[in-house]
Design a protein around this ligand. Sequence first.
Ligand code: HEM
Ligand SMILES: *[C@@H]1O[C@H](CO)[C@@H](O)[C@H](O)[C@H]1NC(C)=O
Ligand SMILES: *[C@@H]1O[C@H](CO)[C@@H](O)[C@H](O)[C@H]1NC(C)=O
Length: 499
Amino acid sequence: MSAQLFIWTAFAVLISAYLLRPKRTPFPIVNKYPNDFLGRRAAREAQENARKLITEGLAKHQGPIAINLLHGQKIILPASLAGWVKSNKDLDHKQLVKDDYFAGIPGFEAQSVLHGDDETPKRLIITKLGQNDSTMGVMNESLARGFRALWGDDTEWHAINWHQDTGGIIARAASSVFVGPELADDGNWLGLVQGYVTSYFMAVYDLHAYPAWTRSIVHWFLPNAKACRKTVPQVRAIVNDVLRKRQDEVDQAKREGKSAPEYNDALAWAQAASKGNIEPGDLQLSLAMAAFFTTAEMFRAILVDIVRHPELVEPLRKEVWEQISAHGISVAAANNMVLLDSFMKESQRLSSGLVVLERAVLKDTALPDGRILPRGSQIMVDSTNIWDSNTYPNPDQFDGYRFLRKREAGDTTSQFVQTSQDFHVFGGGRHICPGRFFASNELKLALAHILLKYDIRFAEGCDPKPIMNGFYAMVDPTVRLEVKRRMDGAAEGILGERS
Ligand code: HEM
Ligand SMILES: *[C@@H]1O[C@H](CO)[C@@H](O)[C@H](O)[C@H]1NC(C)=O
Ligand SMILES: *[C@@H]1O[C@H](CO)[C@@H](O)[C@H](O)[C@H]1NC(C)=O
């Protein structure tokens, strides 16, 4: 760290401790300790013991509680208020993202596009990326190439690079639909975009350590924010180059009286939909930011559960095989993979964080009991009830059939992409994740490739444990996964040959 940065940090910590000294809040603060003037202990407790703070705090106070973090305060509402939060227009997700993820800082353009006033990206995600068969064949081809390149065709057990080779599969498959064939397998492109997403989230983390009023200056000096700033123009240039080449192809086809080539990807769809109002490279970065990390984490959680439950591999394999045989690579096939759907949702239930529905309060807003959420405060809703034995018997036990049984018993809210009163892992209301259909289809195809083409196991002695990071959970990043290509002629018929 340079001397300049060190001085900034020391200064910033003191100032932020002052500015963020526990404010008057209408709700009990559950991490307040004697002699903790800088709020260090409070921050540490929130980081390490958030689950205990939330469940014990809510039980004790029978209503909203507040938790102090170094960079501000969060009000936690009980799960019973989820429905109220979802439908209240003065509780806003965009503002929260602006406050907490710093849309507007140079280099963070992807965030500004994703949560800007122009809803084109969101509409595009919902209408074009959602339930469209045209994306499925493209992703299948990409997955076949991706697994060959990253997991290999070796029929002997071999280790893969857990983070890189799972994230890489997801990034490639998504890119095949986001950016199209010219760049989707391009190592330089994938490196740039994946690097941007990582730098961006690290820059956000770094900036939280500084008081709000210094951030507009500090960001100029932070290495991760600098990296973002450097990547944006590079990405714009590459994408605009592809668009120019496509235009040339169209022009040439016209001149020769041939039908113009069609492009089935978000790059082309966004050009048509945004009428040139959104910088195409920024849109690519924003799709990557929303899609890569979230989907890859889900993918990793599911893989860990597949290894832990070998008894479910045959039934899953059979289902995937039957559905692709009957419906080809299609949305219908994915929709009919009902056991896989249940398995994925159970993985999500057990790997989820502690809170959902994070919102900023746009104006003083009365809770149903009359108490006021102050303007400018930030709220989140307790979601630890997804481990409640009243709703989910044996809640700590993984049960791959759990949601399938509910579904067969007539429950119409138990699919992976659905939310229900007690399940908001994809959010809810106006801001519910628009990418969940895409993520679900991508995950099902990737898992179909794995089930039909690979055997997987942990390396000797590997026993992954989820990692809690404050309110959020992460799949163990140190998993050592071993894979081997299966010698199954039938599977190769539908998902591609060994090389
Ligand atoms: C398993 C993967 C994913 C998870 C767990 C996830 C989760 C979430 C969550 C929790 C929210 C906030 C919703 C709320 O607070 O009500 C959200 C919003 C959003 N997600 Fe996803 N997401 C995933 C994949 C994707 C993908 C693949 C895309 C794009 C193709 C995407 C695009 C978005 C966008 C644009 C928003 C903002 C919506 C708004 O502000 O109105 N997500 N996501
Ligand atoms: C599905 O994708 C195709 C392009 O491959 C597009 O023309 C069509 O409009 C999309 N369908 C919907 C419902 O958006
Ligand atoms: C999926 O992609 C592979 C590789 O290109 C191909 O061989 C296979 O036929 C595709 N499967 C289907 C059902 O389209």
